[in-house]
Each structure stands twice: as C-alpha cells, then as structure tokens.
Design a protein around this ligand. Structure first.
Ligand SMILES: [Fe+2]
Length: 271
C-alpha cells in the first residue's frame, strides 16, 4: 500500500468511529466527509495544472487535503456545531490529531511537519508572516483548494440545490448591503465576518477570495467554473456589484496568466 493509500485507510478508520451500526454518518458529518473529498479532487486538479510540482509535492498536498478538516468529526460529535468560536479552532485541532491519531507514521519528519503546519493554517485569516518557507507551497495549496470547494458549496446552498448543514450564517437575509463591505471587497482586502450585517454582505465578502488564491491553476478553475459569476448572480442588480465581478475576473485572469516563481517543497525533505 502506498503512503496515500495508508493515510486514506487511517482516515477512514477514524471516521468509522462516528458511523452508526449501519455504517451511516450523521447528515452534518456526511457533508464534511464529502467536502474533504471535494478538496482532494480540487487539489488533484490544481496540481495537474501546475507542471512544476513533483510527485512528492503532490503527495504532501494530497495528505493536507485529506487531513485538513479531520477534527470536524470530533467537533460536531462533542459540540454539535462547526462554529470554531463555540468549540475549538478546527485547523489547530486537525493538525494536533495527525500526531495524536498516529496518521502517516512512516512519513519523514520534515514532510510530516509540513503537512501539520499547512493543516494548522488552512483556516486562518492569512498565512503567518513567519511561516516556514519550505512549507508555504502546501499551505497555499490547501487554502486554495478549500476556498474553491467552499465557493462551490455556497453556490449550491444558495441555489437551493443542497441543504447543507455545514453552512450556518447568523446573519439576516435583508435587502441591500453594507457599502463599506463592497468597498473592502473591491479593494481586495478580506472582509471580517463580524463586520457583515446581512447575507448579501457575506456574499460580497466572497469576492475578496479572488485576491487570496495562490496558484494560476486555482484561478483557472475559478474562471472555468465561473464561481464568482455564479456568486454575483446570487446578489441584487447593481452596477457596483457588476464592477466587483469585473475586478475579481481581472485579478483571476492576471493570476492565471502569471508565471510565478514556484514554491517547490525543497529536495532535502523529499521521501
Ligand atoms: Fe476547514
């Protein structure tokens, strides 16, 4: 069994603890299980579009995708919520579980640390300035794949295609929006959830994610699936919101066409 297959088997063994006698997960956990699958699938797509990554890089990225939300199962089981502020920081806890559960024990120490650090920061507002440079590629990859999967999920949710228990917004669905939120998103700065006053503010805040993708292949996927155009369709008619979409598409096109220096995981930590 190769390293990823072993990791997948360990992941499945952990998830099995939350299944009932018939093997069924609670609905909310089934949704998280599916989200992990989607992050894995998107990771594969981004890697396929970034020719500079090696099979070793790809393995690290796939492990990050598999483990990034592994604490969500325990979080829901214990606290019946996916809200970190009412339970624990799920990035920190997922990172801790990699050691606690003895996942991928055969992985070389530096690779293991790379996966753990990337998982830890996957849900943070930004990657910390002092984050080890050798682990940046993995952190960027899991953050990109997670954001793209969440955008897909939010679009499904607001289109009514999917009753998703993982989306819980404590915001009123009122008409209009907060102008300052639109300006923040337009400037490319991330919008803080606590500044949002309505569901429309939340949707506007998603446009800032067009500035927080890292890989050209991530931008390509967002453009090919028209993720931001589909979010825009969920908002009221407005020239300003149209302009927000144009700016997001412009940023994504710039990233897609860029030839950025590659953040390869250094040879010294290759297995
Ligand atoms: Fe997460």
């Amino acid at each position: 069994m190769d390293t990823f297959a072993q990791a997948r088997a360990a992941f499945d063994r952990h998830i099995a603890k939350f299944r009932d006698a018939s093997g069924t997960l609670p609905f909310a956990l089934e949704a998280k299980f599916n989200h992990t699958g989607e992050v894995c699938e998107i990771t594969e797509k981004i890697v396929a579009g970034e020719a500079h990554f090696s099979p070793h890089d790809a393995l690290i990225f796939r492990l990050c995708a598999l483990f990034h939300d592994i604490s969500r199962f325990e979080q829901y089981d214990k606290f019946k919520t996916f809200l970190d502020r009412q339970s624990f920081d799920h990035g920190d806890r997922s990172a801790a579980l990699i050691d606690e559960l003895g996942l991928v024990p055969e992985l070389p120490a530096e690779d293991r640390a790379c996966v753990i650090d990337a998982v830890r920061v996957h849900n943070k507002f930004a990657i910390p300035a002092d984050f080890p440079s050798a682990r940046l590629a993995a952190a960027k990859m899991v953050r990109d794949a997670d954001k793209l999967a969440i955008l897909r999920l939010i679009i499904r949710f607001f289109n009514g295609d999917y009753s998703d228990p993982t989306i819980r917004l404590d915001l009123p669905d009122t008409p209009g929006w907060t102008p300052a939120i639109l300006e923040t998103a337009l400037s490319g700065k991330c919008v803080v959830y606590t500044d949002m006053k309505s569901i429309n503010d939340f949707k506007l805040g998603l446009f800032a994610w067009s500035c927080d993708l890292n890989y050209p292949a991530s931008a390509a996927l967002a453009l090919d699936e028209d993720l931001f155009g589909r979010v825009r369709a969920l908002l009221p008619e407005s020239d300003k919101i149209d302009a927000l979409l144009v700016s997001a598409r412009t940023r994504l096109n710039t990233l897609r066409n860029s030839t950025r220096p590659s953040d390869r995981i250094p040879d010294r930590c290759r297995s």
